[in-house]
Design a protein around this ligand. Structure first.
Ligand code: ARG
Length: 302
C-alpha cells in the first residue's frame, strides 16, 4: 500500500527520491465515430452564446486520424477501441480507467482501476474501456468506494518514477485516492484544482520528463503549487490564455524530447523550444470544443 500525502501537507517531496518506474510504451485510442458535444459537463462545451458547441464530424475524424499517425510514426504501439453509439465522450479514453503498472502494483500484476465517472452521461464508457485493457493484459479492479475518480484525467504518472500526481477537484476526490492507495506501492501526491476551466489535472499539468513539467500554476491551490515547486526542479509555465483556450497544458511527451501539443500555442511553444523540446503541433480543434486535447485523447499503458 502506498503513502498518500495529505492534501495540504508541507513536507518536501522530491520526484527523484521515488522508486524508478519504466515509461509506458503502448497507447490506447478510441474511434471518434460517435464523438459529439451532446451535453455540457465542463465549461468548454458551451459556446459564448450559451448553446452547446457544434462539432464538425468530418474534421474531427481527420484530426483524430492525424494524431493517431503521429503516435504511430513516433514508434508508439497504438491500439484502437471501437466507438459506442451512445457515448460521444468515449474518444477521451484517458478517463475511464487508471492503469497501475506491474512494478507499482500491490498484486504484482498490471492493474486498471475502473473509474467512477462524476457525470452519469459518461458512466457507460467504463466497461468498454475496461474490457479493452483487459485484453491487453491488465487486471481490472474497482475501488472500494463510490467516490468520483476519472482515471488518467486526474492521475498523472511521473515519468520514470513511482509517483502518481492525483488531481482533487470537480472529477476526482481525495476519498477515491485513499482507495487507490490500497492498490499501489507508488507515492500518491494530491494536487488541488481551483479553477473550473481546469477540471482535470491533465488540463493544468503535463509531466515532460523526470525533471520537467509544463504547467499552469494558477489552476492549483497555493499549497499544491508549492508541492510542485519543491518536487520538480524545472517548470515551464504555459501561457495563461493558451492554457485556457487551447488547453496548452494537455500536451503529451512520451520520450522526454517530443512534445505533442495543440497547434498555435505560440508562446508556450517558444518556451518549450527554449528548454530544448521538439514541439509537434497537431490540430485537435474539434475536441477542444468538448474540453479535451492531445493528452486525454489516449490512454498510456506499459
Ligand atoms: N467532454 C469530456 C468531459 O467533460 C472531456 C474530457 C477530457 N478529458 C480530460 N482528461 N481532460 O468529461
Amino acid at each position: 500500500m502506498s503513502a498518500l500525502l495529505d492534501l495540504r501537507e508541507t513536507s518536501a517531496l522530491r520526484a527523484s527520491d521515488c522508486a524508478p518506474l519504466p515509461r509506458p510504451r503502448r497507447i490506447v485510442m478510441a474511434d471518434p465515430a460517435a464523438f459529439d458535444v451532446a451535453y455540457a459537463i465542463n465549461p468548454h462545451m458551451l459556446a459564448e452564446s450559451g448553446e452547446l458547441e457544434r462539432v464538425d464530424r468530418t474534421r474531427a475524424r481527420e484530426q483524430w486520424s492525424a494524431l493517431r499517425s503521429e503516435f504511430e510514426q513516433a514508434g508508439l504501439e497504438v491500439h484502437v477501441l471501437e466507438a459506442l453509439p451512445a457515448q460521444p465522450d468515449l474518444v477521451f479514453c484517458a478517463n475511464q480507467v487508471l492503469p497501475i503498472p506491474r512494478e507499482a502494483s500491490v498484486t504484482g500484476r498490471a492493474l486498471a482501476l475502473a473509474s467512477n465517472m462524476r457525470w452519469p452521461q459518461r458512466r457507460g464508457e467504463v466497461g468498454h474501456v475496461a474490457r479493452g485493457v483487459r485484453e491487453l493484459g491488465y487486471d481490472v479492479r474497482r475501488i472500494d468506494r463510490l467516490a468520483p475518480l476519472e482515471g488518467m484525467g486526474d492521475g498523472l504518472w511521473h515519468p520514470g518514477r513511482a509517483l502518481l500526481w492525483a488531481g482533487v477537484g470537480p472529477r476526482s476526490s481525495l476519498d477515491a485516492w485513499r482507495s487507490v492507495a490500497r492498490w499501489t506501492s507508488a507515492q500518491i501526491a494530491p494536487l488541488e484544482l481551483v479553477d473550473p476551466d481546469f477540471y482535470h489535472l491533465d488540463t493544468a499539468l503535463a509531466l515532460l520528463d523526470e525533471r520537467t513539467c509544463l504547467w499552469l500554476p494558477d489552476a492549483l491551490s497555493p499549497a499544491s503549487r508549492r508541492r510542485i515547486e519543491r518536487a520538480i526542479p524545472r517548470r515551464i509555465e504555459a501561457d495563461a490564455r493558451e492554457g485556457r483556450e487551447q488547453l496548452a497544458a494537455n500536451a503529451f511527451c512520451p520520450d522526454g524530447r517530443n512534445v505533442w501539443i495543440q497547434r498555435g500555442c505560440e508562446r508556450t511553444n517558444e518556451r518549450l523550444r527554449a528548454a530544448g523540446y521538439l514541439v509537434r503541433e497537431v490540430d485537435t480543434g474539434e475536441f477542444l470544443k468538448s474540453g479535451g486535447s492531445v493528452f486525454c485523447m489516449k490512454l498510456c499503458l506499459w
